[in-house]
Design a binder for this molecule. Structure first.
Ligand code: KG4
Ligand code: ZN
Length: 389
């Protein structure tokens, strides 16, 4: 079964064709990052206009690539993100998907974007690959971490598709915390990839052995590790030891910058390190950036360990843009390894927003189908496991 997926929840216009929920036949992503860069974040009005301009081209390209691969193949269904995300952006994709489904005379499926991120470890683009990822059922029960620009949530999956929320962020998502820090330090948008690269460059100033590891740890600024206070109403019934809060960390960084204004002043005399080809930061900025990243990674790792201690799992699934973070991947791989379970992460190209994950998930699960899908509205605050249509 070939499903055409469409994704426009934020700042990527994407379309893909996926066979049987796993094989990605075509995958086209047009990113709007250059349009939003001058504003240091996504501007909803600009995002929705850019989706309108690009959607036909992106869908056509995905279908043409699918046809090249399989000249006699047909599209059996259309799947689209209907939430969560930016309302004016979601509307563009949902309406395009409705029109395409009607004109092709095929079913339409409405898909939850975050749930789709958690399906990404099961995607492959090599049709001859016998090892197309572990069979989904054999990975259950699973602990799943959705970590992106808008979400940081832990779920227990007793069975595939049955989500029970275990914990979440009480304020900023991890990706948002990265992006806001980068903005404050003048590192540009989106901040996550830059903070990752700068932190890696800083770590490489120390040796790889245990001594280097200790010296690196000792050099880091002790930023708060995101423990929320017991009893705060934002916990909404979730245990405090399974939730994170990044607002204190963000404030700590702001205070640090206020106390050390020289940090963000262009000081040609300070020592510098190269974090990607031709891009430099001062060693002190790199130390602060690495400290900030480490605070986020250790907060996330800590809650993951707590969840693994509370229940038995066969695997740890990680999905979302922040799952690209190299330090997070290393730390969570070690966590999974020490608990004797598999870690399931997506290929880097499926970590950020894409439509392959939407088309793939639709083969297994959807929130709305049939005639109801053609009447569906967008749900900007949709939650995983939410069947409220
Ligand atoms: O999943 P995604 O593409 O979009 C949402 O659904 O939000 O995630 C985007 C987020 C951004 O906040 C971006 O800074 C972050 O993922 N991100 C990273 C890395 N690459 C992307 N965060 C940390 N390290 C990275 N390497
Ligand atoms: Zn996303």
């Amino acid at each position: 079964m070939n499903i055409l997926g469409i994704e426009t929840s934020c700042d990527e216009t994407a379309a893909a064709v996926v066979r049987d929920g796993r094989y990605v036949i075509s995958n086209v992503v047009y990113t709007q990052i250059p349009l939003h860069k001058p504003y240091g974040g996504v501007v909803p009005e600009i995002a929705s206009r850019a989706h309108v301009e690009k959607i036909s081209e992106v869908v056509n390209e995905a279908i043409n690539k699918f046809k090249l691969n399989d000249p006699n193949g047909i599209i059996d269904a259309v799947a689209v993100t209907y939430g969560p995300g930016l309302s004016p952006a979601l509307i563009v994709g949902l309406n395009a998907a409705k029109g395409i489904a009607i004109s092709l005379g095929v079913p339409l499926y409405c898909i939850n974007h975050i749930e789709a991120h958690l399906h990404t470890p099961f995607l492959t683009d090599d049709i001859s690959d016998e090892k197309i990822g572990p069979a989904i059922d054999s990975c259950m029960p699973a602990l799943a971490l959705a970590i992106s620009g808008g979400h940081t949530n832990w779920f227990k999956l007793e069975k595939y598709g049955e989500y029970a929320m275990l914990g979440q962020t009480l304020d900023d998502a991890a990706g948002e915390a990265f992006d806001k820090a980068a903005k404050l330090l003048g590192l540009g948008y989106p901040g996550g990839p830059k903070i990752d690269a700068i932190s890696r460059a800083y770590r490489s100033m120390f040796s790889c052995d245990n001594l280097g590891e200790r010296k690196w740890q000792e050099s880091l600024e002790p930023f708060p590790k995101g423990h929320p206070r017991e009893g705060v109403s934002a916990l909404a019934g979730l245990p405090a030891d399974m939730c994170v809060s990044f607002s204190g960390l963000k404030t700590a960084l702001l205070r640090y910058v206020q106390r050390h204004p020289e940090l963000i002043e262009d000081n040609e005399l300070s020592s510098r390190i190269e974090f990607s080809e031709g891009e430099f930061v001062s060693t002190e900025v790199a130390r602060i950036v690495a400290s900030y990243q480490e605070a986020i990674v250790s907060a996330v790792a800590d809650r993951t360990v707590t969840a693994l201690r509370k229940n038995k799992y066969r695997s740890l699934i990680i999905g979302g843009g922040v799952s690209l973070n190299s330090r997070l991947r290393t730390v969570l791989s070690n966590v999974a390894h020490s608990h004797g379970i598999k870690i399931l992460t997506a290929k880097p190209k499926y970590c950020g927003d894409n439509a392959a994950m939407i088309a793939a998930l639709a083969y297994y699960r959807n929130n709305i189908s049939g005639d109801k899908a053609l009447l569906a509205d967008v749900m900007p605050s949709l939650e995983v496991g939410d069947k409220n249509q």
